[in-house]
Design a binder for this molecule. Structure first.
Ligand code: SAH
Ligand code: SF4
Length: 361
């Protein structure tokens, strides 16, 4: 039997079209959208404004529950990790961070409530420093499962999410259609829940995806996980570089800026004696000056719980002092640099640490 589509996977436009198809005015579709995403209804039955006949149709042809279940783990620093069990049994994680990091100087720190969401269960790209990569690709999330992480988190935390970052599990550009749809749901141009300017899609460098995303209007922010300034080093730690090398990646970043006029973030983990030399700082500054961008240095989060072997075993974090020095070096070459504050390290909820043991079993 064909599985029912989840009602949370429908964009505002699709809900309006559904209303029209069934002989209702289009605003009835908009009401459903509001009930789902603004009144945060938890069942078809609790959607107050919807007429009986329409509700019965929805109940017959669409599913409502987004996940089978979810668990919550609170960190001592205020961040909260959510583990969502999909109906397939796979588990994905999100991390809630109140006033996350110093990344956007243009925004007040205290008011920000950021959710770091997943776009896939596991990831097939095998970056050597990332725990999620050790799982391989398990599943592409549906739009309902991507946007739904925000809905469930808001309900549990009792706060509105203001910023979304696609920096949880998975490579968003390899589940592009569903990711774009989830962005449209969370950030419809007519009824905006979260501003597009406060949504960041992070990619390891899937260039066809970057091109597609550059056409989305209004634009979202793009973050590129660079982590190396030479192809030799990048090939070793990020196999995706063998498909699109640094210069191809730079071209798509340049094109993204041209299309969207949105500054780009280059994420970079300095590893001891691998990519942290003065020459690296110089090249990084040069890369970040091609179009308006900044470098966001990320301290390497420990992944020893994955029992790393080969290249992964060799990767060592630089000290805090070395991280600061590296940042200053990039600045001295004219680059704009921020340093990411880490959240949730005590509950393995920091960037690159998402790889639930349940998934491995
Ligand atoms: N697949 C996308 C988004 C998910 S990873 C991407 O790679 O960009 C989110 C961010 O966490 C990326 O910048 C990634 O490079 C970073 N990351 C992965 N493992 C990490 C680790 N162990 N420590 C710190 N950051 C890590
Ligand atoms: Fe996948 Fe991103 Fe992890 Fe690389 S860093 S394995 S692309 S989730």
């Amino acid at each position: 039997m064909k599985q029912k589509t989840n009602i949370h996977s429908l964009t505002l436009e699709e809900l309006k079209n559904l209303a029209i198809k069934l002989g209702y005015p289009s605003y009835r579709g908009e009401q459903i959208f509001r009930e789902l995403w603004f009144s945060a209804r938890e069942s078809f039955a609790s959607m107050k404004q919807i007429q009986k006949g329409f509700k019965e149709y929805l109940e017959e042809y669409y599913s409502f529950e987004i996940f089978q279940s979810h668990n919550i783990l609170k960190s001592s620093d205020g961040s909260v990790k959510f583990a969502f069990t999909l109906f397939s049994g796979d588990v994905v994680e999100s991390v809630y961070m109140p006033s996350a990091s110093n990344e956007d100087e243009d925004e007040g720190k205290t008011s920000r409530k950021t959710l770091c969401i997943s776009s896939q269960a596991g990831c097939g790209l095998d970056c050597k420093f990332c725990a999620t990569g050790t799982l391989g690709l398990l599943a592409n999330l549906k739009p309902s499962e991507i946007a739904g992480q925000v809905k469930i988190c808001e309900k549990e935390i009792g706060e509105k999410i203001t910023n979304v970052v696609f920096m949880g599990m998975g490579e968003p550009m390899l589940n592009y259609t569903n990711v774009e749809k989830s962005i449209k749901i969370l950030s419809d141009t007519n009824i905006t829940k979260i501003s597009r300017k406060k949504i960041t899609v992070s990619t390891s460098g899937v260039t066809p995806g970057i091109r597609k995303l550059s056409k989305l209007k209004p634009a979202v922010k793009l973050a590129i996980s660079l982590h190396a300034t030479t192809n030799g080093v990048r090939d070793k730690i990020m196999p995706i570089n063998l498909k699109s090398n640094i210069s191809e990646l730079m071209n798509s970043a340049q094109n993204y800026y041209k299309q969207t006029k949105t500054a780009i973030t280059y994420e970079y983990i300095p590893f001891k004696e691998l990519n942290d030399s003065d020459e690296d700082a110089k090249r990084l500054a040069k890369i970040s000056k091609r179009v308006p961008s900044r470098v966001n240095l990320i301290p390497f989060n420990d992944i020893s719980f994955t029992s790393p072997v080969g290249v992964a075993e060799e990767l060592k974090a630089v000290s805090d002092l070395e991280l600061q020095e590296f940042a200053n070096k990039i600045r001295s070459f004219g680059g704009v640099v921020t340093i990411r504050s880490t959240f949730g390290r005590d509950i393995a909820a920091a960037c690159g640490q998402l790889a639930l043991s349940e998934n491995k079993e």
